[in-house]
Design a protein around this ligand. Structure first.
Ligand code: GTP
Ligand code: MG
Length: 196
């Protein structure tokens, strides 16, 4: 796959520090522990490209991975982690909103949510901001391996129904980093956003 060639490019402490706004980038966002870093490792077939952890809130920095001179994947820090101070949470929400509004190179947002509890308040806020900013969203229901096929399909249908409420370009799919379920569909969407 094209995505195996991803290489670590840079880390930034804050969205304001992401300078080069040329080319095309796609960001991975979601609650702490939703499986963002795992999904990036699965996509790139690299075990340790993005650091994963059992401890929520592991990814504190924005990590940028490069596919080509002008194509990037961005692993954003998770939100919604209970132990983070309120001031930090608000600051992060503000900069995330700015990123979605101002980042010209941002061509798509993958919002990862645990299939067992999708569309929590902060997920909904984020998707609303993306739709307002005209950024297409792929809502990935992660850890799909945790549910049997029947329940998994029911959750997908329910989430697809719920996604209509955003009245924007929001696609819902199921995904598992454990068994690579949903990987072709993820690649297909990224191919489209990255203009491949
Ligand atoms: P932060 O960086 O803290 O925001 O978390 P994250 O969203 O990057 O999550 P991460 O990829 O580190 O995964 C969190 C935990 O969920 C780890 O223990 C992973 O092994 C587990 N996990 C991730 N994806 C899957 C999956 O598809 N299936 C199962 N069963 N576990 C998963
Ligand atoms: Mg992470």
């Amino acid at each position: 796959s094209y995505y195996t060639k991803a290489k670590f490019f840079t880390s930034a402490p804050d969205i304001r520090h992401l300078k080069d706004d040329s080319g095309i980038e796609v960001a991975f966002a979601g609650r702490s522990n939703a499986g963002k870093s795992s999904a990036l490792n699965t996509l790139t077939r690299q075990k340790n490209l993005a650091r994963t952890s059992k401890t929520p809130g592991r990814t504190q920095l924005i990590n940028v991975f490069e596919l080509d001179d002008n194509l990037r994947l961005v692993d954003l820090p998770g939100y919604g982690f209970a132990k983070v101070p309120m001031a930090t949470k608000l600051k992060w929400q503000k900069s995330l909103g700015e990123y979605l509004q101002k980042r010209k190179s941002l061509k798509g947002l993958v919002v990862l949510m645990d299939i067992r509890h999708p569309f929590k308040d902060l997920d909904q806020d984020l998707i609303h901001w993306a739709v307002d900013a005209g950024i297409p969203v792929l809502a990935l229901l992660t850890k799909a391996d945790k549910l049997k096929s029947g329940k998994r399909k029911a959750q997908l249908l329910m989430a697809q129904e719920a996604a209509l409420a955003f009245m924007g370009d929001v696609t819902v799919n199921t995904f598992s980093s454990l068994n690579r379920h949903g990987l072709p569909e993820l690649e297909q969407m990224l191919d489209k956003w990255l203009g491949r």
